[in-house]
Write a protein that binds this ligand. Structure first.
Ligand SMILES: Cc1cc2nc3c(=O)[nH]c(=O)nc-3n(C[C@H](O)[C@H](O)[C@H](O)COP(=O)(O)O)c2cc1C
Length: 330
């Protein structure tokens, strides 16, 4: 079988240029190892673990499930009670993790800290300004998260078709395309736009190996690209979530009380999100991250099937397109 050979695959020693980024309450060792075993690059989500010590156990579990490269996502978000980031970072380092995906607010200190400890840093960000800052801080690769992405797409509403062209023009370090990717055609397009691969979240959330309630996965199949919305707009902290009763209620309250977190706190708790994912499977009871790429998801497949189909389709599209659009004079 033909292979896609990019900076990402060569540098990290992985088979396919496909990453599964960190996902709160989804990014456990089992999913990370399954993505890596399928030839992609899986990530454990550090803050999903309640303490640095639990993260250590999750990393050790992942090592028993795969001998392939995997990484840890390190997300910096504003919190009423911030987690002990130093303790999480030190576990990542002491456990010998070689790849970290940083994301979120004020990452400079942490990018520099991981680099000092010889870790390959992928910084995920939503605009060129932040990408350039991470480049200066020493990040090895940028994951460009377009406005289509699940989670936090930033406030500038710029989609990947433009952001990737800007990244190719303005960055001196390699980048991958993140947000909205659910087909091999998009992987091919990302490569043509200069990316070294793709990062997917929602697509892997739908995988057999994602440890979330089957009802949540079924919703990813049943609903389409019109079924996500943004919350926290009035706090300048957009989050793209599944459009359900709770998210619509949050939007309504934000309109009435812009910027007042105390009015929505009871509807957006991480505990409710975790409960929907891991206990009840109720798709309406909480606000949970999800991207419009659900329009492309129509079955539950394992990570190997997902990655193989992305790569096979990308190769076929690249071959067909080049013969279709390039006419020889001979
Ligand atoms: C349920 C869910 C939880 C997520 N949690 C995080 C997180 O904790 N940290 C982070 O950096 N990104 C998080 N993301 C974003 C993904 O890593 C990825 O950047 C995004 O999903 C890409 O867009 P896509 O879903 O369209 O593929 C999350 C995404 C989902 C779907």
């Amino acid at each position: 079988m033909a292979k896609l050979d990019t900076f990402l695959t060569r540098k990290l020693g992985i088979e396919h240029p496909v990453v599964c980024g960190g996902m709160h309450y989804v990014g456990y060792a089992k999913l990370a190892a399954s993505v890596s075993n399928a030839g992609g690059l899986g990530f454990i989500t550090a803050l999903t673990q309640p303490s640095a010590d639990e993260l250590k156990k999750e990393i050790r579990l992942c090592k028993t499930l795969t001998d392939k490269p995997f990484g840890v996502n390190f997300t910096l978000l504003p919190a009423l009670v911030p987690p002990n980031y130093q303790a999480y970072a030190d576990v990542i380092i002491s456990e010998g993790v070689k790849i970290v995906e940083t994301a979120g607010n004020k990452p400079s200190k942490w990018i520099q800290y991981f680099k000092k400890n010889d870790i390959f840093v992928i910084h995920k960000c939503v605009n060129i300004r932040h990408a350039k800052r991470a480049q200066k801080d020493g990040a090895d690769l940028i994951s460009i998260d377009g406005f289509e992405c699940a989670g936090h797409p930033g406030t500038e509403t710029i989609g990947n078709f433009l952001l990737l062209a800007l990244a190719a023009k303005k960055l001196n370090i390699p980048f991958i395309a993140s947000g909205g990717v659910g087909s091999g055609k998009q992987l091919a397009a990302a490569l043509v736009l200069g990316a070294e691969g793709v990062n997917c979240g929602t697509l892997f959330m739908s995988s057999t190996e994602a440890n979330i309630h089957p009802n949540i996965k079924q919703a990813l199949i049943d609903y389409d690209e019109t079924n996500t919305t943004h919350i926290f707009e009035s706090l300048n902290f957009h989050e793209r979530v599944f459009k359900n009763k709770t998210a619509l209620k949050v939007r309504e309250i934000e309109k009435k009380y812009p910027g007042d977190f105390s009015k929505i706190r009871h509807l957006v708790s991480g505990a409710a999100y975790k409960k929907s994912f891991q206990q009840t499977g109720n798709i309406n009871d909480s606000c949970w991250s999800c991207g419009p790429v659900i329009g492309l998801i129509d079955e539950i497949r394992n990570c190997k099937e997902i990655i193989n189909s992305l790569v096979t389709e990308a190769i076929s599209v690249i071959e067909k397109t080049s013969t279709k659009v390039i006419k020889s004079n001979l």
